[in-house]
Design a protein around this ligand. Sequence first.
Ligand SMILES: [Zn+2]
Length: 82
Amino acid sequence: MSIIPRCPDCETEMEKGFVPDNTFLGALQTVWHPGDPESAGDTFFGMKVKNRTKTVHIDESGTRKISTYRCPTCGLLRSYAE
Ligand SMILES: [Zn+2]
């Protein structure tokens, strides 16, 4: 985004950042995905997994990285899928 958004409550310029998505591989930038989540199934690298939060199928061609702006005055977060 080229224009810095202002907090709708405080009128203060918001600070750009992102919310890290932590995985066992490290941290990733959260992405926006179109449509409804579709289950990726019960396997993980070919191994059957149990009692684990189900992962969803990701089509990377439609995803957009999410930038999150934070108001330094009140802490409000606003996210944009750019
Ligand atoms: Zn604010």
